[in-house]
Design a protein around this ligand. Structure first.
Ligand code: ATP
Ligand code: MG
Length: 219
């Protein structure tokens, strides 16, 4: 089992949207996915409820209970857990960073997002966790200077997963309908980029050095 925390101090960067879309794409690729919602806004929980898919459960978990919840899932059949966290420098995000195997930091190609990403990356590095950025809500013209600057900044901070994710109505429509981008736009660009993003993330997860189960439970 691998667990991925969606984290960034910046609000509205796409943590919940990408959590939902990646969950569906991973499930389509054969993973048994479980979602954990640590955000009091409950975006992911509401999306799941709307979806009504027994094969894609979501649970709201308090920070104190997260390590035990992950340990219980590890004993079961789940292969991938995606943890959505609130924006801000919160204890929920700290605990999710500590407990997850990997952190994914969504950022928009805008300077305030890049600065926030830097702070989040600092926190993740202090806690000794592996991470990657994903550039979300890019303008369709990806060769624009703003996107190029964002890409360069995130790459220099330690790794950007490809592809870049564009701003597309399909993401908003998917969220509204309890669907993933690969479902609402399966043959289109949004579906394509999310499938590719899952492939990149899966490849990255496969490279993580995992502590032995004994050490993990003691941590
Ligand atoms: N690639 C995209 N294209 C178009 N709209 C997007 C995209 N990604 C996210 N959005 C929209 O941006 C808004 C913020 O996204 P989302 O709620 O996923 O961010 P968040 O990081 O979870 O926010 P919060 O910090 O409040 O939890 C939503 O309205 C969502 O529909
Ligand atoms: Mg959210």
């Amino acid at each position: 089992m691998r667990s991925v925390a969606m984290v960034t101090q910046k609000g509205g960067s796409g943590k919940s949207t990408l959590a939902a879309c990646l969950a569906v794409a991973a499930q389509e690729a054969g993973e048994r996915v479980f979602l954990i919602d640590m955000d009091p806004q409950k975006s992911l929980t509401k999306w799941c409820r709307h979806r009504g898919d027994q094969n894609l459960p979501v649970e709201s978990v308090s920070p104190a209970k997260l390590p035990d919840a992950l340990a219980a899932l590890e004993r079961g059949r789940v292969t991938l857990v995606i943890i959505d966290t609130p924006a801000g420098d919160t204890s929920a995000a700290d605990i999710a960073i500590k407990a997850a195997d990997f952190c994914l930091i969504p950022a928009r190609p805008a300077i305030f997002d890049i600065w926030s990403s830097e702070a989040t990356r600092g926190k993740i590095k202090t806690l000794g966790k592996e991470f990657a950025f994903v550039l979300n809500q890019c303008p369709p013209m990806q060769e624009s200077q703003r996107v190029q600057d964002g890409t360069a900044a995130l790459e220099s901070m330690g790794g950007l997963l490809r592809p870049l994710i564009s701003a597309r109505v399909a993401y908003q429509e998917a969220a509204r309908s309890g669907l993933g981008a690969t479902e609402i736009d399966g043959d289109g660009k949004a579906g394509d980029e999310i499938r590719q993003l899952w492939t990149s993330l899966k490849r990255r997860l496969a490279k993580i050095k995992m502590p032995s189960k004994q050490n993990k439970n003691a941590a």
